[in-house]
Design a protein around this ligand. Sequence first.
Ligand SMILES: CCCCC/C=C\C/C=C\C/C=C\C/C=C\CCCC(=O)SCCNC(=O)CCNC(=O)[C@H](O)C(C)(C)COP(=O)(O)OP(=O)(O)OC[C@H]1O[C@@H](n2cnc3c(N)ncnc32)[C@H](O)[C@@H]1OP(=O)(O)O
Length: 254
Amino acid sequence: MMRPVAKGLISIIRAFSNPNVAGILRLQTQWNSPSAFQNIRPLSMSLWPFSAQPRDFSLPNASWSPEMRRVYDHYIALCEVETIGGEKKTGPWRKLPSYNRTLKYAKGGTYLSKMIQSKARLFTRSIKEHGAAFEYVIFVNKQEKRCVCVFQAGRLLEGPPGHVHGGAIATMIDTVMGGLAACLSGPIMTANLNISYRSPITLGSVVLIHSALDHVEGRKTFLTCRVTSTDETKLHTEATALFVSINVGHLFGT
Ligand SMILES: CCCCC/C=C\C/C=C\C/C=C\C/C=C\CCCC(=O)SCCNC(=O)CCNC(=O)[C@H](O)C(C)(C)COP(=O)(O)OP(=O)(O)OC[C@H]1O[C@@H](n2cnc3c(N)ncnc32)[C@H](O)[C@@H]1OP(=O)(O)O
């Protein structure tokens, strides 16, 4: 019979084989190497702790509008460049995969751990119906330390009639900025997020969420963010945020 401590350690190791976390952690440690970002998929697939193959939610589906697909195709094309000799090689942009489970175990005792293991889902990926809520894909540019998210807001995100709820916009901003901060700095948590809503976003429309590194000060990573129309002529939202690097034990109550 395995002792609880050993079992817990194995669980934590398995948790970090989750692509959402392990991939990002490896990204951070390899940031300066040319192969940064290349380990997301191979690592996650080989050590995935659940029986089924994880679904990457950031792939095109039938709910995507032609505009969503057009912008997606534009950034996908930037992920691969052709050399003078006609060979394909990795470009400056990378699409981040997106799964609906994060850590398998977190603090909260046995019951919460079991509940998290079986039932917890990432908030932005918790609704199965395609197009009903958050449809998004994040592309990261490691050289420029910035990212762009293509976001199509579904009908369940309504706030003001016909427009997107401010909390849903904040959720996406936190997700995009948090994803970039984690890519750059490893395990982080949002400490501060300031948002200015400049113009409403129509429900069902597609917008771009641009985020960039401002500066790093010890454990503190400061980022900026702008939400714009896809042609970038209209500004919808602006944000700044502070992410603080954490010891992962922070999430396990150790
Ligand atoms: C296992 C790690 C997982 C990491 C995630 C990685 C990858 C995930 C990737 C994909 C997953 C997909 C999507 C993820 C979606 C969204 C990501 C968003 C993340 C979140 O949505 S996360 C939830 C909301 N978030 C919280 O639930 C945090 C609650 N909070 C705390 O847990 C602590 O508060 C903490 C840890 C923040 C700091 O605590 P601490 O004890 O470690 O550090 P301390 O307090 O000493 O602060 C150190 C220095 O930051 C300054 N500082 C701190 N707070 C400040 C503030 N508010 N304003 C201005 N400055 C502040 C201090 O002034 C000091 O500055 P100085 O060093 O200069 O004195």
